[in-house]
Every structure is written in C-alpha cells, then in structure tokens.
Ligand binder design. Structure first.
Ligand code: PSU
Ligand code: MN
Length: 307
C-alpha cells in the first residue's frame, strides 16, 4: 500500500472483505457549496451510502496524508473552512503532501487516491471538463486526463453547462473514456436532465454498469468510466431557464480575468448567488441521487468481483 495513504478502519475492513465502498470528494464540500449546507450534505451522503449497505470513504488531504475516510469533525473542518482550504487537483497533490498541508480533493485527485486504495466507485455532483473558449484559454480540467489514468467509475449528474459539453464529450472520446447514460440516451447537464448531446452508450441497471467496469479493466484497458445520472425530475431546472444565468456568469469571469483553478469555483459561486436557494437545492438533490446510485453500483461490482 502507498505509504502516504491513511485509511480508516471502517474502510480498510470493508475493502479487505470485498465489501462495497463508495468514494466521495472534498472539493465539493470546501469549494462547491456554502456552509452549513455543505456539512449537512457531507453527512447525508455518507448516511445514504451506509443505509444502502455500502461503506462511504470521503477523501481529502490532512497534514499531508492522503486520507480515505474522514471523521465527522474532519468533515466539519472542510465545511467550515471552505475556500480557505487549498483546492487540490493532481498537479497540486505533491506540494500539499510535501508541505504537510490540508487539501480538498477534486474529482481528479479523488479518483487517483481512490484507485490507490483500490476503491473503484466514486459518486459526486458534477465533473470538470472542457471550458467554453478552451481553444483560446486551454482550460481543460485535469479531471479529463484523470479519466484516462485511474480505474474508477464516477457517478455524476453530467457536467454543468458552464463547460462546453460537446468538447467535453469529444475529449472523453479521445481519452478512451466510456460515457454511460444511466437510464438515459442524453448526456445530462447537471441542473437539467438533458443537454441535447447523445451519450455513446447506455446502462439501465447497476449490474450493467458493474459488467462494463469488469469488462473494461479485465481486458486491460486503463482509466475511468463516466456514469451520467440525470438529476431527479422533481428537482430539475430546465436548460432554457439556467442558460442565461450561465452566460452571465461566464461573461463575468472573463471580465474579472478569473483564470486557472479559480474559474470553476467562481462560476459555481456566481450561479448559486444568482439563482438563490434554487440551484443549491437542485445540487443537493442530484448529489444524493448520485451517491444512492453509486452505492448500488458498488454493491453490484462487489458481487460481480466475488464470483
Ligand atoms: N463541477 C461542479 N461542482 C463541483 C466541481 C465541478 O458542478 O464541485 C468541482 C469538482 O471537484 C471538480 C472540480 O473536480 O470542481 C473541477 O475544477 P477544475 O475545473 O478547476 O479542474
Ligand atoms: Mn481549469
């Protein structure tokens, strides 16, 4: 095992016994939502996974250690300190380890740490992708590259339309990443169930996803799988309603010369601010839905692996 990993007893016992484990990220806590909604969310998603009969493993960096499984006090620290905590993508990981700092892990770094710990299912809200105007800015989230690297299936409500969804899907194709519509033929756009872009493949059951995971990795193919799970209909904000808000947020980011790793948190905060409580409510609903599906996929994958 990697010497930088610190795995809680609950998670390591589950892994040793071939029990289902679902990884969770910490950037969504520290940078994705305001306090105290982020703290409630972090606890709720763990409870949902436990109720389903799987084990949650929230991932973060604490004092330079790659932590797999957090205590409630640790979850609370990430929720309260929020944006003061360094947002750690794969690029930032060695610095934060070397300096023994705390860090909130993105989809990319969470995937890497989950894979180190042999956790193959991870549930989150939205993934990073190719930003609008990337042909000039080159702003392509390291999440994309990580999908080519780490053997982890990520349950996500698709990607926010702050990104260029067509270029994001093209990039995932280039990187050899299966994008599975979970019960849908259309790539979901986070707040909205549909983006208008077709997914290249579809699975309707956790068993189907587990079979795909097994097939990908047992053939020797490397890297992740995007499991695109639409937001529940009752919480959806339709695309035509959210589109003008996104346009304004993207324009504001350009005006303020926001760049690098600040772009995504800036856009997320702007959307939350402009839509008021509504986008936060939608965000909470889709995250909970994703972790519930993630737990079922983890159970199906554990069953498929054990026979
Ligand atoms: N998209 C969301 N919510 C989030 C993120 C993205 O809808 O919380 C977070 C995730 O942690 C993701 C990161 O991995 O932002 C991507 O940041 P960047 O674009 O800087 O790579
Ligand atoms: Mn970026």
């Amino acid at each position: 095992m990697n010497k930088h990993l610190t795995i809680t007893n609950e998670v390591s016992t589950a892994l040793a016994g071939g029990k289902p484990v679902v990884a969770l990220e910490s950037t969504i806590i520290a940078h994705g939502m305001p306090y105290p909604a982020n703290f409630e969310m972090a606890q709720d998603v763990e409870a949902i996974i436990r109720e389903a009969g799987a084990v949650p493993a929230t991932i973060a960096i604490i004092g330079g250690a790659l932590k797999v499984g957090l205590t409630t006090a640790e979850l609370k620290k990430f929720a309260v300190d929020g944006p003061e905590i360094i947002k750690v993508s794969t690029r930032d990981l060695p610095y934060v380890v070397a300096q023994k700092l705390d860090g909130a892990t993105t989809v990319a770094s969470t995937m890497r740490i989950a894979a180190m710990a042999s956790i193959h299912v991870f549930a989150t809200g939205g993934i990073g992708g190719v930003h609008r105007g990337a042909e000039k800015s080159f702003d392509i989230s390291a999440d994309m590259m990580e999908f080519a690297e780490s053997n982890v299936a990520v349950v996500t409500a698709g990607a926010k339309a702050i990104l260029d969804l067509a270029l994001t899907l093209e990039t995932l194709e280039t990187l050899g990443v299966p994008v599975v519509g979970y019960g849908t033929d259309d790539f979901p756009a986070f707040y909205s169930r549909q983006s208008g872009y077709a997914v290249p493949m579809r699975c309707d059951t956790p068993q189907d996803v587990a079979k795909l995971m097994k097939a990908k990795w047992s053939t020797g193919l490397k890297g992740g799988i995007v499991v695109a799970n639409p937001i529940p209909k009752s919480s959806e904000i339709i695309a035509s309603e959210i589109a003008p808000v996104i346009e304004k947020a993207v324009a504001e980011a350009a005006r303020q010369n926001i760049s690098g790793k600040n772009v995504t948190p800036f856009l997320l905060a702007k959307l939350a601010e402009v839509t008021g409580g509504r986008s936060l409510k939608a965000n909470l609903a889709l995250v909970k839905h994703n972790v519930a599906v993630g737990a079922e996929i983890a159970k199906a994958y554990a069953a498929a692996r054990n026979n």
